[in-house]
Design a protein around this ligand. Structure first.
Ligand SMILES: [Zn+2]
Length: 279
């Protein structure tokens, strides 16, 4: 029986955009759904936002009230769905999501918003109308690596997903981005990159594709920081992959679609094991 939570369908002769899409017909494989109404698309985006929050809980990304994920509303792209403040990532569900405008005013939902965090998200979304979704959290390894002020070395195929698409931002490093100016000063740089290492603060990812894509690459960025710290701790000089290989990996296994596809594994697991996410 196919898992209906997986948004999977039996493969058809649809155009292939990735080498991972099976050439053989009739197999179960995740497909990006098409929507006939804003309502259906909104429900999908909200469900995947909830799953992204719960994926962050599974990975131990909670740190008090720090951390926020945003995704645009399909009908009102100037508004964003986000997680409620002071609710553990594992407790985020369909009914406690909030909808906010650029300024962080809650226009739908009962919970307060994390204003300090939303300033940054709001600024990036406003500056780049095509940025669909963003993630930020104060993770252990990401924040630790951010203190070095160094970008990631291309030590693996996974790290290569961030080849020429991540940056270290030192501006207003460590300061709580509660003021508008602080948000604007870094928003431009964030929107130009898949991942940002905000020095002495934490990680951010942004996507022009989906909440699935941005959440998966956030998990991957934290993992890349962990691996970089582990290698540094050994004192052994790692072999760096070539520019050509890094470019190839970035294109073929580091695309937005691949981020979306990776996340479907997590989505299926969470939707199946945590059905209260839909309440
Ligand atoms: Zn923060």
């Amino acid at each position: 029986m196919p898992d209906t939570n997986m948004d999977s369908v039996r493969t058809t002769t649809r155009e292939r955009i990735s080498i991972y899409q099976p050439e053989q017909e009739g197999l179960i494989f995740p497909e990006i759904p098409a929507f006939e109404t804003f309502e259906a698309e909104r429900k999908y985006r909200k469900e995947h936002l909830v799953a992204a929050c719960r994926a962050f809980a599974i990975h131990g990304f909670d740190f008090g009230f720090a951390g926020h994920l945003t995704v645009r509303d399909p009908e009102h792209p100037e508004l964003y769905w986000t997680n409620p403040m002071c609710v553990h990532f594992s407790q985020v569900r369909m009914s406690n999501l909030i909808l906010a405008d650029h300024k962080g005013k809650v226009v739908k939902g009962d919970y307060a918003i994390n204003r300090a965090g939303f300033v940054l998200h709001g600024a990036v979304h406003e500056e780049y109308p095509d940025v669909m979704a963003m993630c930020h959290a104060h993770t252990t390894y990401g924040t630790a690596w951010c203190t070095t002020g160094r970008p990631l070395d291309m030590i693996s195929q996974d790290a290569a997903a961030f080849y020429n698409s991540h940056a270290v931002i030192g501006a207003s490093a460590g300061a709580v981005a509660v003021e508008k100016e602080s948000g604007w000063s870094v928003a431009k740089e964030i929107g130009r990159n898949r991942g940002v290492l905000h020095q002495n603060h934490g990680l951010l990812t942004c996507s022009r594709h989906s909440i699935d894509d941005v959440a998966f690459w956030f998990i991957a960025l934290e993992r890349a920081c962990q691996q970089q710290l582990m290698i540094e701790a050994t004192g052994i000089k790692p072999q760096i992959i070539s520019q050509k290989t890094a470019e190839y990996s970035r294109e073929h296994v580091g695309s937005d679609y691949i981020g979306w596809l990776h996340f479907q594994t997590l989505y299926s697991h969470i939707a199946t094991t945590q059905p209260d996410m839909f309440a």
